[in-house]
Write a protein that binds this ligand. Sequence first.
Ligand code: URA
Length: 441
Amino acid sequence: MRIPEIIDRQRRGLELTAEAIRDLVIGYVRGEVPDYQVAAWLMAVCLRGMTPRETADLTRAMVDSGETADLGSIPGRKVDKHSTGGVGDKTTLVLAPLVAACGVPVAKMSGRGLGHTGGTLDKLQSIPGVTVSLSRDRFLAQVREIGLAVAGQTADLVPADGLLYALRDVTATVDSVPLIASSIMSKKIAGGADAIVLDVKVGSGAFMRSYEEALELARAMVRIGEEVGRPTVAVLTNMDEPLGRAVGNALEVAEAVETLSGHGPADLVELCLSLAGEMLSLVGAAGDAAEGAAAASTALRTGKALAKLEAMVRAQGGDPRDLRRPGGLPAAPVVAEVPAPEEGHVAGIDAREIGLVAMGLGAGRARKGETVDPAVGLVLRKKVGDAAKAGEPLGLVHARSAPAAEAAVRRVAAAYRVVRERVRPRPLLLARVSSRGVQNL
Ligand code: URA
């Protein structure tokens, strides 16, 4: 089919064949289809949507645009996890070692932070000496040896996604469920895991602000997974306030280590155990998610999961002793308190604004390729539902300079909503979506 006909069918809401979608995607990657035609097609997708079959075919075409990771040399069923992105989301640093400590190999490719959300690679690289650029052979050998590796995605994996995402970014076509779902799932499928667990964030700090939008995205991704034979479960989780207390690269590593030492914040522990349960159950290492969560809890309590993180840090060039000794991780020169303006209870913390403040301090990047400051960020002493006395610190700002700290303190104070009456925090786990349907949690 000629490209203008493909665009025309999409614009009129008529279904495209798998072949037509493939011609467009592969033609684009080969440089045979120009930006302006793909941009017109993306806008038609945004306005008209895609059927589940078309979305799965788009995902397959994107996967086939490049190499796929072959994890066949690693014994056992492999499981991957993806988060749609949030603030303070250091889940992978806790979850990957937890699952590996339960005997299921984790070969994880992660991304960098962009905008107000952080990325696992930046967090890992805040540990002195740690590399996230592993050759394919080294990556596979590490997973075979210690059961765990977290590294950057190689450029030859899903090249269509890089190109399409860049075009979406400048044509106001990012915001489309089939385009987001195929973008995320193509990378997970090309990453080679047998099963996939998705953490779909909902709320002010997330891509999907409303529950309905997040549910639609979760359903679309679970359907793609089923269509391509990779069992997939999505959990919808609250991102109205940051996850845990730390926001910023080294600060989040420190919190992940505390969590693996048994002293983590309740919401982060709850999320990691729940996702670990899903992952272990999906590959048959546990009878169900509850049994998997119990196994993960044991791995946490016994220190086995912390030992896995330490083994990974060593294998990737760092010194695990840096994780726990004072001065082992980068520290910011200025630490300033954010005082509570009055006595009351925390009713809300604008997660997006907290992410933007951390970014402004240097913890994140506004454009791809910018460098990040590993040391700076925030630690929230008070979370939604906590009581605070006037003047008590709501949080701490870790900054490079006093003026940067002062500006951040003002913004963090404004991101908190403190009220007189008691507040019940919103539950963290909202719903679970699988091939069997939606279950409210
Ligand atoms: N994350 C992705 O990987 N792709 C999107 O399109 C949106 C979020």
